[in-house]
Design a protein around this ligand. Structure first.
Ligand SMILES: [Zn+2]
Length: 668
């Protein structure tokens, strides 16, 4: 924990938001720090910060879900990221942060304002301890000199969180569950960590333009409230949180202050040209810190995209997490232009050019992890916005078994991938996990006796043993030219990031017919449409029919949080309305929301799949240019499980919800 200079104005020292994902709070680095904090951590576990399965993120399984497999985060595994910028502005759920009605993790008092009751009476009234325990504690306090609530704590009769709830009720204030509440880093930034520690108080949100919501362990510390009001120039609305939660939050803020910079320095020698130095002169310090914090938080939370969206007054910062956009913070107008310029400088873009879109990349190391940001600027009527796609190079490639494919489907897919020639296509919209599936296949096929070449945009995972080529607009290396060159390099297996034009389609199909296994992706909603799409692109139907081995359509659905999901009954009517031929109700689960899932009710994602083997009958239909629906019905009769049915299976297994299936597939 560094000693901070304390300038006259509000110190925008790097303070950072807790993210509502308690497993992150269990990070060993946090534990190391919290030992030096002012406040003791006695009895820390009742706040749910006890160590909990998975600290790392990326692709993996949770310990808790046992045999359950999942795609935890798919951030690096998307396809054409440019489309993200267009497709991005559709939040599916209201954000937990931002304006007051959307806050989660906050408990209102039964009445506002101090109730002039004794705290001990409130503890009894709230049934946090029995009247007998409280009377004994009052008795003991007379002789020992410590207050009764302290004695109750020491005896283990009440928890720190229980006491915080009682304090909130006693003073008529809100209680905050910092494990769930999403801290706004622009607010947290207004107070230095030194001050935060001294007062055990952290601003966690803007209640309105003039008022900060400040989490405090001791709401009766009037001096602290006054000081924070003067320092920040805001009114202060106090909310109560347990001291260990506040200590954990401050430690986190403190740690995150340094992660981006320090790690970058270490890496500087290695990647001098590539990695942008994040330590710069102090002139723009507040803006630089804010941008660094936003990026660090995005990586920590496993966000796939970071959006800076100006609305004419301020700039909203949003993260896409598990495929869903969430409001994270608001950058005030006076800093917004600086923040955008800062990102442009990091991406080596022309900061004077504000009217035309530009794109670039930033390579950096966040907390020891190599992260690539693909940056695009979006001039809008409200000012210049930015979308950054986060490509975490340290992401682990998942095994085939962990994709979440049903056994039968997986066997068919694996079998097709083991052919010596032919094309295997994975289809779905942007962000549906297509690349993850292809990388899993490549990993399975990656043996020394196979020459595997890829052409990708961008290279998302670097895999040992492969020759990976990155598409580049600057040098004119397109999928088509890259592919043409690859074919001459004697490959056994070719992976083309995406087929999006006739030329690429043509070469890919021809390669598949001339002794190569070709893996690629296409943008279609279901598997049979891949055939009609290729024909529409201008590839001869007989080439498509003879080259295609297998088409997989897929989506990613958020998985229900195993800690809080709730058993429920889906009436047959609802199933029918969703397009299923159901006569009976279905027992399944619905999302609830707890501190482990940040209140969303979901944690991680699972793939939904539709695997279509190209049978002789389907080949004939392709030759006859039959519509996709006709081929679909035939494929289903030959054993293909449709995406929506795989979705329903995963609802029945309790892994996801009907609402998620409707969200990612629709109700047709
Ligand atoms: Zn939960």
């Amino acid at each position: 924990m560094s000693d901070l200079r304390q300038p006259a104005g509000p110190d925008l020292h790097a303070i950072f938001g807790i993210d509502g994902a308690p497993e992150k709070v269990a990070d060993p680095m946090i534990s190391a720090h919290s030992g030096s904090a002012d406040v003791g951590l006695e009895g820390g576990s009742e706040n749910g910060f006890e160590s909990y399965g998975e600290v790392g993120e990326g692709l993996g399984t949770t310990l808790e879900s046992g045999a359950e497999v999942e795609l935890e985060v798919e951030r690096a595994a998307d396809d054409d990221w440019e489309e993200e910028a267009d497709a991005a502005e559709q939040p599916v759920e209201p954000s937990p942060t931002g304006h007051e009605p959307g806050w989660s993790g906050i408990t209102r008092p039964s009445r506002r304002g101090s109730s002039s009751r004794f705290l001990t009476d409130v503890i009894i009234a709230m049934q946090l301890a029995t009247a007998r325990q409280v009377e004994d504690a009052i008795e003991t306090s007379r002789s020992s000199g410590s207050p009764p609530e302290r004695i109750l704590l020491d005896q283990g009769a009440i928890t720190h969180d229980g006491l915080a709830r009682a304090l909130a009720e006693r003073y008529g204030l809100d209680h905050l569950d910092l494990g769930v509440f999403q801290v706004d880093m622009s607010a947290a930034n207004l107070v230095s960590t030194t001050i935060a520690k001294r007062y055990q108080a952290v601003p966690v949100a803007f209640a309105d333009k003039r008022t900060l919501l400040v989490a405090m362990a001791d709401p009766s510390n009037v001096l602290a409230v006054d000081d924070i009001a003067i320092m920040t120039g805001h009114e202060v609305r106090v909310a109560v949180a347990p001291p260990d939660d506040i200590t954990a939050l401050i430690s986190r803020l403190d740690r995150l202050e340094d992660v981006v910079g320090n790690s970058t320095e270490e890496q500087q020698a290695e990647e001098d040209a590539e990695v942008v130095a994040l330590h710069e002169s102090d002139e723009d310090a507040p803006v630089i810190k804010l941008v660094n914090q936003i990026v660090a938080q995005a990586v920590e939370r496993g966000a796939s995209d970071i959006h800076f969206a100006p609305d004419g007054k301020e700039t909203r910062v949003r993260f896409r997490i598990d495929g869903v956009l969430q409001d994270i913070t608001t950058v005030p107008r006076r800093m917004a232009a600086g923040a955008v310029s800062r990102v442009k400088i990091m991406a080596e873009l022309d900061i004077a050019e504000k009217r035309l879109p530009q794109d670039g990349r930033i390579g950096l190391v966040v907390d020891g992890r190599h992260v690539d940001l693909r940056v695009v600027t979006l001039p809008s009527v409200h000012g210049e916005g930015i979308v950054m796609r986060v490509l975490d190079k340290s992401n682990v490639v998942v095994d085939m078994e962990k994709l979440g494919m049903a056994d039968h489907e997986r066997e068919r897919f694996e079998h097709s991938c083991q052919e010596t020639h032919g094309a295997v296509l994975v289809t779905g919209p942007t962000g549906s996990g297509k690349s993850t599936t292809l990388y899993a296949a490549l990993q399975m096929l990656n043996t020394p006796e196979k020459n595997i070449i890829t052409v990708e945009d961008p290279v998302e995972y670097e895999m040992a043993g492969l020759t990976q080529v990155q598409v580049s607009n600057k040098t004119g290396l397109t999928f088509a030219t890259g592919l043409r060159a690859m074919v001459r390099a004697d490959p056994d297996i070719i992976m083309v990031g995406e087929i999006r034009d006739k030329e690429t389609a043509q070469i890919a199909i021809e390669s598949a017919l001339t002794g190569h296994l070709v893996l690629s992706t296409l943008h279609t909603n279901d598997a049979p449409s891949a055939i009609t799409r290729l024909i529409e692109m201008g590839v001869e139907p007989f080439l498509v029919a003879s080259a295609l081995e297998c088409v997989v359509a897929q989506r990613l659905a958020r998985m229900l949080c195993p800690s809080c999901k709730r058993r429920m009954i889906i009436p047959a009517k609802v199933l029918q309305d969703s397009g299923y031929k159901a006569v009976m109700e279905l027992e399944a689960y619905e999302p609830v929301g707890c501190r482990r899932c940040g209140g969303s009710g979901y944690r991680g994602r699972v793939g939904l799949y539709e695997v279509m083997k190209i049978s002789p009958e389907i080949q004939t239909m392709a030759l006859e240019r039959r519509p996709a629906e006709v081929m679909r019905d035939l494929a289903v009769s030959q054993g293909m499980v449709r995406l929506r049915d795989d979705g329903l299976n995963k609802v029945r297994m309790g892994r996801t919800s009907m609402a998620e299936i409707a969200r990612v597939i629709g109700t047709n």
